[in-house]
Write a protein that binds this ligand. Structure first.
Ligand code: FAD
Ligand code: MLT
Ligand code: ZN
Length: 523
């Protein structure tokens, strides 16, 4: 590999990345022994987030119900407890349900018939995509029927002129990336869970991820949705049009609704052209104010070619080194930054990046760094950021927070939390999408520790509200965060959310106990 020297100072360590390639697809964390039992009597290993939740008076599954679903979905209405195990437990292994039925429809019509039946019978349903959600929203709390989108996995159309992709909701994000990639396009979103998450799950959570800085949120790139409502009505707003001002934009209600208002069965999404030149710089900074200054400079100097600005602290680096045996390609630093540029002219982008790197070097904002242009090297550098989530699961019980904050306060929360918790926590780490003002604050402990949790919550939410932030930037509310939403939304907004829920799902069968706060708290 070429060693590149920028400017007068010798950047012996500022070189083109040479570590070996690694996949961006995450691997599942180890199963951390759940004790046997049913529903809430089977406590999750790390967290008793739903210990106060009571089962609502939904119907329980009868033999007649089972017969109905076996007839409707021959061989796709699964009841084997071993098969259901993976769908009853979330990715973090932090919450568990006790569903006895997993349905795998293939068509919108089948989803419609399932919901029509469940609504009439008063049976509760949890929609599930790739089950990579991080807030306990994708698994049942009690015995809700799991409606999986795994077999709704067909691409319906792709228009190479407009870049509009229309597909079923169960398509895996990475498969869609490959599909549009072959035609020189990219998906407008990318996340560490792309090997498993479904596009319908992405829409249902309004997932952010690593490309939001460049392509914006899904609320802008999703052009149309097909949704099945609780009573089985199919709402088709799939018009693959960039502009459509015909009254209320109803699809927006379902983006980020976490399966509580309808089941997304198909998605139309606008895909950008694949950038022909991609560069990734991995830099080390001595202080967080330097990270912020680098960000400001970077926005000014890289402008339209900047496509990602991510950060991690040294504790995250240690986690990926210790638990995943990844290698830090540069000198140890308190903070690390990933800056991605994407554009249509390699020479132009490299020139811009070169001038920017010279500037951060001469102003001593950056202590050390490396640049990658080859795909395999880029992947290896991205792995250091993307696999933090996985590394954390090897560190013990993870308390995960996903906050939006004014960017100047972003790391102050990590430092305050470190001081607040002292030796009670094993690790308090910070990483995230700095370019979007999104901090991922994660705290680990050797095992579930209720006293530690009580020290974190509501402290973390109060801190966030004081700094005018949001308690969930991109992961949603699910089961774990719903009763803290008042820190981010005023009471009239919460009442309106409940009114919308009652209008679209009067019997409350869709993903109960999720997203909306306890109703009594909003009256
Ligand atoms: P699931 O986990 O199955 O479900 C999530 C929620 O959506 C549930 O409430 C479920 O009921 C509902 N739902 C799923 N499918 C449908 C549907 N078709 N119709 C209606 N409701 C539905 N998130 C980010 O935002 N940014 C990231 O960068 C990011 N990185 C991650 C990295 C890793 C390693 C992991 C494990 C997770 C990450 N996540 C991230 C969280 C998660 O991947 C996203 O929330 C993702 O969008 C969930 O998709 P899924 O198909 O797995 O949905
Ligand atoms: C990420 O950005 O890595 C994801 O949102 C997952 C996480 O917060 O760990
Ligand atoms: Zn994230």
């Amino acid at each position: 590999m070429t060693t590149v020297f920028y400017g007068s100072r010798a950047w012996g360590l500022f070189h083109r990345a040479s570590s070996s390639s690694s996949s961006r697809v995450w691997t599942h964390p180890p199963f951390v022994g759940l004790s046997p039992g049913r529903g809430l009597s089977r406590p999750p290993p790390c967290r008793a987030a739903h210990s106060g939740v009571r089962r609502l008076p939904f119907a329980t599954l009868s033999q007649q119900d089972r017969d109905f679903f076996q007839t409707l979905l021959p061989g796709r209405a699964l009841t084997d407890p071993e098969v259901l195990e993976a769908s009853n437990v979330d990715w973090l292994k932090s919450v568990r349900g006790s569903s006895e039925l997993l349905l795998r429809p293939r068509t919108t019509e089948e989803v419609s018939q399932i919901l029509r039946y469940c609504n009439a019978r008063g049976l509760a349903v949890t929609p599930q995509g790739g089950n990579t959600g991080l807030v306990g929203g994708s698994v049942p709390v009690f015995d809700e029927i799991i409606l999986s989108t795994a077999l709704l996995n067909q691409v319906l159309s792709f228009d190479v002129v407009s870049g509009i992709l229309t597909c079923q909701a169960g398509c895996v994000l990475e498969a869609l990336s490959s599909f549009v990639g072959e035609q020189d396009f990219v998906m407008p979103l990318d996340l560490g869970a792309k090997g498993s998450c479904h596009i319908g799950g992405n829409v249902a959570t309004n997932a952010g991820g690593l490309r939001l800085l460049r392509y914006g949120p899904l609320r802008g790139t999703v052009l149309g949705l097909e949704v099945v409502l609780a009573d089985g009505t199919v709402l088709d707003s799939q018009a693959p049009l960039r502009k459509d001002n015909t009254g209320y934009d109803l699809k927006q209600l379902f983006i980020g609704s976490e399966g509580t208002l309808g089941v997304v069965t198909a998605v139309s999404i606008l895909c950008p052209r694949k950038p022909s030149a991609v560069n990734l710089a991995f830099l080390g900074c001595a202080t967080f104010p330097q990270v912020l200054e680098t960000f400001q400079l970077c926005r000014g100097m890289l402008g339209e070619v900047l496509s990602a600005f991510e950060f991690l602290d040294s504790a995250c680096m240690k986690l990926v080194q210790d638990h995943l045996k990844l290698t830090n390609p540069i000198k140890e630093s308190p903070f690390y930054i990933l800056i991605e540029t994407s554009g249509s002219s390699a020479a132009h982008d490299e020139e811009k990046l070169h001038r920017f790197l010279q500037e951060v070097m001469t102003s001593s904002l950056v202590a050390d760094g490396t640049v990658a242009t080859e795909d395999s090297k880029i992947k290896a550098l991205w792995a250091l950021r993307e696999r933090i989530t996985e590394a954390l699961t090897h560190d013990g019980c993870v308390y995960k927070y996903d906050l939006s904050l004014p960017v100047q306060h972003i790391y102050q929360l990590v430092e305050d939390m470190q001081e607040h918790l002292g030796t009670r926590a094993k690790n308090v780490v910070g990483y995230g999408h700095l370019g979007d003002g999104n901090l991922h604050l994660n705290i680990t402990s050797p095992s579930h520790d209720p006293a530690l949790l009580a020290a974190i919550e509501p402290y973390v939410y109060e801190w966030t509200a004081r700094h005018h932030g949001s308690i969930s930037a991109e992961h949603g509310l699910g089961l774990k965060k719903r009763n803290y939403v008042h820190f981010s939304k005023p009471a009239p907004a919460l009442r309106l959310m409940w009114q919308i829920k009652s209008l679209l799902d009067p019997r409350g069968i869709l993903n109960p106990y999720k997203t909306l706060p306890d109703r009594a708290s909003t009256d």
